[in-house]
Design a protein around this ligand. Structure first.
Ligand code: AMP
Ligand code: ZN
Ligand code: MN
Length: 942
């Protein structure tokens, strides 16, 4: 017995010693692992570059080939081929039959002097107006300015467009994702585009915007044909216009805003005189043709030749540079320069030197891709040579070697003004060190290691649309297995998933705290609610309140509010709210989630909508995904329960454009119906681009719209009506607003469909009255608009009377005006011509849309909350958006309105309250939220 006890004691002691040592070993191991991984040391974390706001990037920094726009592609399935020019046939036609119509402009009309006025284009609506203006011209002049220092591939920062009346400077950074609006005018063979030396511009426009120029007149080519002594723009400006220009300005940082006066002047000058010069050159070309026409032996046709050479440029296609290994060509040119004796000093151990040059060039190239920088910004060729010669061993040594090398650069050289060593080298000097010390292995081994250090799980550098595919493509193929094991990940898929999840968070999460926790007090000092800064300002601005506290700010109302929290028996609104995920408590990122889907909520009676802040909660992406999936599933359940499909089918009465829902006995509505989203997208594409569409696409889209109209033939009016199918008047108004169209300028509809209709399609125009074509059927449209505008104005005026109910003036309400706003999103028109033609997914991003670039499909877009079907996992890195019946759930069709109307009819407002409770229940059951603010309640009553 004693013995046994003794044994137990010993065993226990051993066990606990073992446990303790395991614990410590684990601690030690964990600490070591932490040390090995560089955390947040990259200089980019404290820098913001304008291109990070771009949502759609056609050319990323990976080595994958550039995808050109493919007109022939059957929308979703076919990948665009990079080998054919989408407008090849149009361009070759023009080469034989030039359309240089600008020559008809009377030269006297032309404003050859440049006055002070120009148009700065920085909003989408201004851009649409510009597109409209240009479409009415026979010719316009274009130039672009690029930024290339702080970008790997470079990007267009400014587009200068001049008509004979006006100079437009288009802010291509602010409008990066919208520039596609100009695609049709650039591709229109009937409009001549005048450039000077267009070689660069043509491919840059393809790279950044999928803009393809059809019908080009290049003044430099005209100079060639005319055998001018020079063909620079400076020469032409001097000779024809007597204008001097300082070409040094082309090297300015064109990202800067506002542009300096000098830069504006330079940019305008590059385009302003082009039309005039083109006219002069054209006259000379014609003159030559006349002179030579007398001698029939000479076949040289000047005008034709200038046009041919110009349009040859248009046929060029943008392509990314391909190298045997990253940095190969830079290494080659450095080494050949050294061999040619340009380098100074003897090189000892030549092969080691060459090897180091190649490695440093490869590393520089990879770092440039990861950080979206030019290679010259990262490390100069001189520094690479110096490092490879000297093989420094310490950090200080590395730095001083680089500084010395850069100091020796000719001071007239532009790059001498760059920081040396670059911030990148400073934050990643360990790489340089290890590379020089030969610790990173062979070239092909160190890529994945470096990449994983930068972008892999726990990598040090920010992930973006520019480098995301880099990680997906390069690293996963080769050494990832090894590396990911080191990082505790079992397989590359997990690594990829984690990486894309991070990208998703970066793109979609709220960029600043949602809850500002500003306070509003009643005039008796009682706390009424918490809210954001905007709302405080709203009251202060109108002298309805006075500021009573600064940090965080608080105001006291100067009038007696209608509602008090205690009246409502709910303390939810007088709680300060934490900026964390209500599901799991995650505080580093969060997105807004609408517990009650907008497609229903927007149709609630106004007074039942007021408590929106209760039903908008913050969720991290993981909880968001769970909640969203549950909501989509529940929507389907409701569709079944009410017998109201999530799809639209047909119209009984064209004048009312009312929509019948499928009857309750038919559950097979997916087959016969069409989603409102699909319908609107198809209609929009047909209206905008019908004439330019390939027949198969035209037919396909026509079928979609016809399905909606019960299979009958459709007219232009039908298309116009389909644009707003399933939208409430309010939604239409929002759409209009978004488009930036005022009441005076109704949506312009291209009256051109008839032309094409006689052959392939069933589209017929029923408008024989020409006045109707010019002034499309927008009367019911405008009526809606004025109606709602009036209501809103009225509300604003009477605001204090019936709307100043405190429960609605709270944080997390995502609208601007605290009084008249309502909680819904309308399809934005951030979609471009390309989107319209190319995908069914263009309107998926109904809300603040974002484009996440995907490794396999860089046009995938997704957006949080009820906008993307959750079964398409949004960030698993390999979900191409297929034409998918699930997509059809995404539009705000009539389903929501019909459900809400039914509830109101049958159960009244109490029904709506219960309906809200059901949604909250769905949310709670799906997410099991543990961090809901105090007072949040499934039963929450208004
Ligand atoms: P430009 O139309 O002549 O003003 O040139 C258009 C763009 O090309 C400029 O914004 C520059 O980004 C680039 N570029 C052209 N030539 C040079 C050069 N010699 N040095 C640097 N950048 C240039
Ligand atoms: Zn970095
Ligand atoms: Mn220029």
């Amino acid at each position: 017995m004693e013995n046994k006890k003794e044994k137990m004691k010993i065993l226990l002691t051993i066990a606990s010693v073992a446990a303790i040592s395991i614990f410590f070993t684990a601690q030690l191991y964990r600490r070591r692992r932490k040390q090995r991984r560089p955390q947040s040391c990259c200089y980019l974390h404290s820098e913001s570059k304008p291109q990070l706001s771009f949502k759609r990037v056609f050319a990323d920094n990976s080595c994958s080939p550039f995808n050109h726009f493919n007109r022939q592609a059957d929308s979703v399935n076919e990948k665009s081929s990079s080998l054919t020019h989408p407008y090849e046939s149009e361009i070759t036609t023009l080469m034989e039959n030039p359309q240089l119509l600008f020559s008809k402009i009377a030269m006297d009309d032309f404003d050859a002097k440049m006055d002070d006025s120009y148009v700065w284009v920085e909003t989408e609506s201004q851009l649409s107006q510009l597109a409209q203006v240009l479409s009415e011209h026979r010719a316009f002049a274009v130039d672009t300015e690029q930024h290339s220092l702080r970008s790997f591939l470079g990007f267009t920062a400014l587009i200068q467009i001049s008509t004979e009346k006006e100079d437009y400077l288009v802010d291509a950074i602010a409008l990066h994702d919208a520039i596609g609006i100009l695609r049709p005018v650039f591709a229109d063979p009937n409009i001549c585009k005048v450039f000077h030396g267009a070689d660069g511009d043509i491919v840059w426009l393809q790279r950044d915007f999928h803009i393809y120029v059809v019908n080009l007149f290049d003044t430099a080519k005209a100079c060639e044909v005319l055998s001018k002594p020079q063909k620079s723009l400076a020469y032409l400006l001097e000779t024809y216009c007597g204008v001097a220009t300082n070409k040094l300005l082309q090297r300015e940082d064109w990202r800067q805003r506002p542009l300096s006066e000098e830069m504006v002047q330079y940019a305008r000058t590059d385009a302003h005189y082009l039309l005039y010069i083109a006219n002069c050159l054209m006259a000379e070309l014609k003159q030559q043709d006349c002179e030579y026409s007398s001698c029939p032996d000479d076949k040289f046709h000047f005008v034709l030749e200038a046009s041919r050479r110009s349009n040859m440029i248009c046929l060029q296609l943008y392509a990314k540079e391909v190298e045997d290994f990253p940095g190969a060509s830079a290494a080659f040119s450095i080494l050949s320069r050294q061999l040619n004796g340009q380098g100074s000093g003897p090189i000892s151990g030549a092969t080691k030197f060459q090897d180091l040059v190649r490695r440093l060039c490869a590393w520089r190239d990879l770092m440039a891709r990861v950080h979206d920088e030019s290679t010259r910004y990262i490390l100069s060729d001189y520094a690479i040579v110096a490092l490879s010669k000297k093989v420094p061993t310490t950090q200080a040594d590395i730095y001083s070697t680089i500084i010395q090398a850069d100091l020796n650069i000719d001071s007239s050289n532009f790059s001498s003004s760059l920081p040396s060593p670059s911030p990148l080298v400073c934050s990643h000097w360990i790489d340089v060190h290890q590379l020089i010390q030969d610790k990173l292995g062979n070239l092909d081994k160190f890529f994945p290691v470096v990449l994983q250090n930068c972008l892999g799980p726990n990598g040090s550098c920010p992930l973006s649309v520019f480098n995301y595919a880099l990680l997906m493509n390069c690293s996963l193929k080769h050494e990832t297995r090894l590396v990911s094991k080191q990082n505790g990940f079992k397989n590359p898929k997990q690594v990829a998933k984690k990486a894309s999840r991070e990208l998703f968070i970066q793109k979609f999460s709220c960029k600043s705290p949602v809850y500002h926790n500003c306070r509003i007090y009643a005039n008796d000092g009682r706390l009424l609610c918490y809210c954001d800064h905007k709302k405080l300002e709203w009251y202060l601005h109108r002298d309805l309140a006075k500021l009573v506290d600064d940090e965080p700010p608080a105001i006291m109302l100067l009038f007696e509010p209608k509602g008090r929290p205690e009246d409502e028996d709910n303390d939810f609104y007088i709680q300060s709210k934490k900026n964390i995920c209500v599901g799991c408590g995650e505080g580093n990122h969060y997105l807004r989630y609408r517990v009650i889907p907008s497609c229903y909520r927007i149709h609630f009676p106004e007074h039942l909508k007021s408590h929106r802040s209760h039903d908008i909660v913050l969720l991290c992406v993981d909880c968001h995904e769970v909640a969203h999936a549950a909501a989509e599933k529940y929507k389907k359940q409701i569709a079944g329960e009410f017998g109201i499909p999530l799809y639209v089918r047909k119209v009984i009465d064209l004048n009312q454009a009312s929509i019948i829902s499928g009857s309750s006995d038919s559950m097979n509505f997916e087959d016969s119906g069409v989603s409102p989203l699909q319908l609107r997208t198809a209609a929009k594409a047909l209206l905008r681009h019908g004439p330019e569409m390939p027949p198969s696409r035209l037919e396909e889209l026509t079928q979609i719209v016809m399905r909606y109209y019960g299979g009958r033939e459709i007219s232009k009016e039908d298309l116009e009506r389909a644009l707003v199918a399933g939208m409430s008047p309010h939604e239409r108004r929002r759409l209009e607003k978004k488009k930036g169209l005022s009441l005076k300028q109704p949506m312009r509809i291209l009256p051109v469909i008839e032309q094409e209709s006689n052959n392939v399609t069933k589209i017929i125009s029923t408008t024989s009255d020409p006045s109707k074509v010019d002034n499309p059927d927008v009367s019911d449209f405008t009526a809606d608009v004025s109606q709602s505008t009036k209501v809103d104005t009225l509300k604003e005026a009477l605001g204090t009377k019936d709307e100043m109910d405190f429960s609605m003036v709270t944080d997390a309400d995502d609208t601007n005006n605290p009084i008249t706003s309502s909680n819904f999103e309308v399809a934005t028109t951030s979609t471009t011509a390309y989107d319209d033609m190319n995908s069914h997914s263009s309107e998926i991003c109904e809300n603040k849309s974002m484009c996440a670039v995907d490794a396999n499909d860089n046009s995938e877009r997704s957006t949080p909350n009820e906008l993307v079907d959750s079964s398409c996992t949004r960030y698993d890195g390999n979900i191409p958006l297929k034409h998918n019946s699930k997509l059809s759930l995404l539009g705000h069709g009539p389903h929501g309105k019909q459900v809400v109307d039914r509830i109101l009819n049958e159960y009244g407002e109490e029904g709506i309250r219960q309906f809200c409770q059901r949604w909250r229940q769905v949310f709670v059951e799906a997410v099991h939220p543990r961090f809901l603010p105090a007072g949040w309640d499934v039963m929450h009553r208004i």
